[in-house]
Design a protein around this ligand. Sequence first.
Ligand code: AQP
Length: 329
Amino acid sequence: MPRLLSGLQPSGQLHLGNYSGAIKQFLTLQDQGYESYVFVASYHALTSVRDPQALRANIRQVVIDYLAFGLDPAKTNIYLQHDVPAVTELAWLLGCVCPKSQMDKAVSYKDKVAKGIPASIGLYTYPVLQAADILAVEPDVVPVGEDQRQNVEIARDLAQRFNHAYGSEDNPVFKVPQVMIQPGTAVLPGLDGQKMSKSYGNTLDPFLPEKKLRKTIMKIVSDSTPVEAAKNPDTDTTFALFSALAGADDPRTLELAEKYRATDIGFGYGHAKQALFELMLEHFGPARARREELMKDPGYVEGVLRDGAEAANQAMTDVTARARAAVGL
Ligand code: AQP
C-alpha cells in the first residue's frame, strides 16, 4: 500500500488555500487506499507564533478541522510533531549534510521575512526540519500545494546527500519520496490578491459563521470594471477561488466564466462573490456541521492523537536506527 505524509502548521486558522492545495488531496488519497500520515507541524509554528495559549488553541483546532474536513482516523494517522521526538534528532543529522547555500536559496524564507515574520535561525533552517518530518516516515508521496514544491525538493536532495555520504546504492538510509501537486492548482490568492496565507491576514476561513463569511467574501479585491462591461475571469481573485473549489472544468465554473465575459446581463463582481459565498456554504456544509460536534468531544480528539502518535513513532523506528548507525552513533 503506498504511503503518504504531509502536514500543516498551526500558525492560525486553516483556510481555503490549505484546503485546496493540501487537504483536498489528503482526502482523495486516503480514500484511494494510501496509508496516510498527516501531522500538525507544531515546531514549525514556533517560527511565527509567540503566544503559548494561542499555539495550544491553534494545535487543537487544526486537529478538529482535519477531522471535520473528512480525514478518517481509521485510514489516516493524525499526530502532533512534538509527540514524535525522532524528527528533531533526524533534523540534526540532516542539517549536518545540508550546505548553507541550500538554505540561502530557499524562497519561502525570503517571502516570510518580507511579510514580517522574524528572521530567526528556526525560520531559516525550517526546510531541514521539514525534510526530517518527511523522511522519518518513509513516504512514497508528499502531497502539498505549489508553494511547497521547493521544500519537498530540498527534502529529496538531503535524502540523496545523506545516502551518498553514509549509505550504499543497495542499502540507502532514506527513501527518496515524490512530491505530489494536484495538476492545475496554482497558489491560491487571498482576499488581497497575494498568496493566501495564515500569517498574512488575507485568508478565507471555511468555518466562519455565515454572516461573517459573506462579509469577508465581499471584501475580496476586484478592479473597477463596471457592471455592464466584460470582465476577465482569469485575472480575478473571486473567480480563482470559485474555480479552485468547484473545479476548473465544473459546469458551474464554466457558466460563471461566461457571465464574466458577457456585456448584456448586468453581471458585476458582487454577483460573483455571492456565487462564491453560496458555493462555500454548500461545499463545506457537512464539514461545518461535523466541526460543531467535534468541538464538544475533546476525549475523542485526544484518543485520535494518542493512536496517531503511536503509529507514527512506530513508523519512524527503523529509519531512525538506520540513520544513527550510519553516522556512527
Ligand atoms: N495559498 C495557498 N494555495 C495553495 N496551497 C497552499 N498552502 C498554503 N497556502 C496555500 C498549502 O497548505 C499546506 C500547509 O502549509 P503550512 O501550514 O505548512 O504553511 P504555509 O504553506 O506557509 O501555509 P500558510 O497558510 O501560508 O501558513 P503561514 O502563514 O504560517 O506560513 C502546504 O501544503 C501548502 O502548500
